[in-house]
Design a binder for this molecule. Structure first.
Ligand SMILES: Nc1ncnc2c1ncn2[C@@H]1O[C@H](COP(=O)(O)OP(=O)(O)OP(=O)(O)O)[C@@H](O)[C@H]1O
Length: 264
């Protein structure tokens, strides 16, 4: 269906839709990679691509063949370079899809895990209170739906019953297990000394160091709830995919944790 004619250009409905979709996709890509080194690589690739289109339109055979080959390899190179961003994008798309609407998919993809109850979370709340009061740094990950297998495997396996005493012992300043994160799932401390992915988001306050960046990094890759106790300031922070809640009084932490972990 022809919409309008611009001199030598016939523009129909599908062309307009095509341009709008490309613009939307480019904006999403920009949104995902802005501020990172990847954004400069992407800009460089776009410039070379623009140059290639001009060279091809001018029918400069040799140059367009060379650039054409480069573009083909470039797509593969882009997939490798942007692997974390692509993963984040697909994760975001997958997460935005409410599986509850599709019972069969929900049954296939949702892991069966016991819901954390207030009672199960009590040791985390009590330990957080004590850790914050004594300004002992801590990083505690509480599993929701997404598997945290690779992060659990990065640490020392414990599979121990969750208790306040054990959490306090783990995060003791000179203890062998205090570095890294503890991962809690189904009322158990699965592992300690776990390594989390560090967020590269340039908008994170410079006041927050690696403990907080690791918590934010994990929230970009999973739906886990992460509790951080700052060693420097003794403040409590809860990080979830929904955002960062800083300066949390302990009773607010409990409320927010229960609310977040029980919502689907
Ligand atoms: N990628 C990571 N995964 C898990 N734990 C990490 C990671 N990076 C840092 N940590 C933990 O954070 C500690 C360093 O915290 P750092 O002082 O840089 O962070 P911070 O956010 O400023 O916290 P604080 O306010 O407690 O000082 C490390 O000793 C380690 O236990």
């Amino acid at each position: 269906m022809l919409l309008f004619n611009l001199g030598f250009l016939d523009i129909d409905f599908l062309d307009v839709l095509d341009v709008l979709l490309v613009a939307f996709l480019l904006y999403q890509v920009y949104f995902l990679i802005r501020g990172s080194i990847a954004s400069r690589v992407f800009l460089g690739y776009l410039l070379v691509y623009g140059f290639y289109l001009i060279v091809r339109a001018l029918k400069m055979e040799l140059l367009s063949t060379i650039l054409g080959q480069f573009m083909e390899i470039g797509v593969l190179a882009l997939v490798i370079i942007f692997q974390p961003e692509i993963r984040r994008f697909l994760f975001f798309v997958g997460r935005s899809t409410n599986l509850q609407q599709y019972p069969i998919l929900h049954r296939i993809f949702s892991q069966k895990s016991e819901r954390q109850t207030t009672w199960e979370l009590q040791p985390v709340i009590d330990a957080t209170k004590k850790l914050a009061a004594s300004r002992t740094g801590a990083l505690m990950v509480i599993k929701k739906e997404d598997s945290l297998k690779r992060y659990i495997e990065s640490g020392d396996s414990l599979d121990a019953h969750l208790s306040k005493a054990l959490l306090l012992a783990i995060f003791q300043k000179n203890g062998p297990l205090h570095d890294g994160a503890v991962i809690i799932s189904d009322g158990k401390i699965k592992a300690a000394r776990c390594m989390l992915p560090v967020s590269e988001n340039p908008e994170i306050s410079p006041i927050l160091g690696f403990r907080h960046r690791a918590a934010i990094g994990l929230s970009e890759h999973s739906d886990a709830a992460i509790v951080v106790v700052s060693e420097e300031r003794g403040e409590v922070t809860l990080v979830t995919e929904g955002g960062i809640h800083r300066h949390l009084p302990v009773h607010d932490l409990q409320e927010k944790l229960v609310e977040y972990l029980s919502e689907r």
